[in-house]
Design a protein around this ligand. Sequence first.
Ligand SMILES: [Zn+2]
Length: 211
Amino acid sequence: MKANGTQIKTEKIKNQEPITTAAGKLKKIQAIAFHFKKIMETLELNLEDPSLRDTPERVAKMYVNETFMGLDKSNFPKISYFGNHYKYDEMILIRDITLFSYCEHHFVPFFGKVSIAYFPQNRVIGLSKFNRIVHFIASKPQVQEKLTVELGTVLKNLLDIDDIAIAVEAHHLCVASRGISDTNSVTETSYFSGKFRKSKVQRQFLNSITS
Ligand SMILES: [Zn+2]
């Protein structure tokens, strides 16, 4: 590949170590910093500038340790289960969980909120775990539809249930800050399984999250 008449060595990451090991993580950070520096140089930014000098490494660390930490399965939150001792069998709703994710088409954020409802069977998990699971699944590049379905299927498995509903609404910076530049539009997606496919239960859920 040629850019500005100079040969850029594209460092292929072959046989890469899994990101889950400390060495794998460090390798990823180094490779991303190397390539991000090339992007900045291609954009003719001055990498000598003290304000920009450490940006490649800063971005690489942010990608691996924070914004895309959901690509590393070892970051999945620790979950402890409790028996459903009260035999609670009504809908449990966790509303307006903060969502921050990244559009895989443009690598810019989309953000908003997630509501989750389910009918418990034999096991329940701590309420804050829902926030942590949303945070984990959101922390990678993807599209909102995929995020919504993954949340539904992961939680179904964890809770060992079929009756679950997910509603996601998000603003997409790829729509707001570029292209059509629409800062008002919101994208809504949902996932309904089991009882939530019945219109009465689905309405109860949708009414609760919009009230
Ligand atoms: Zn996009």
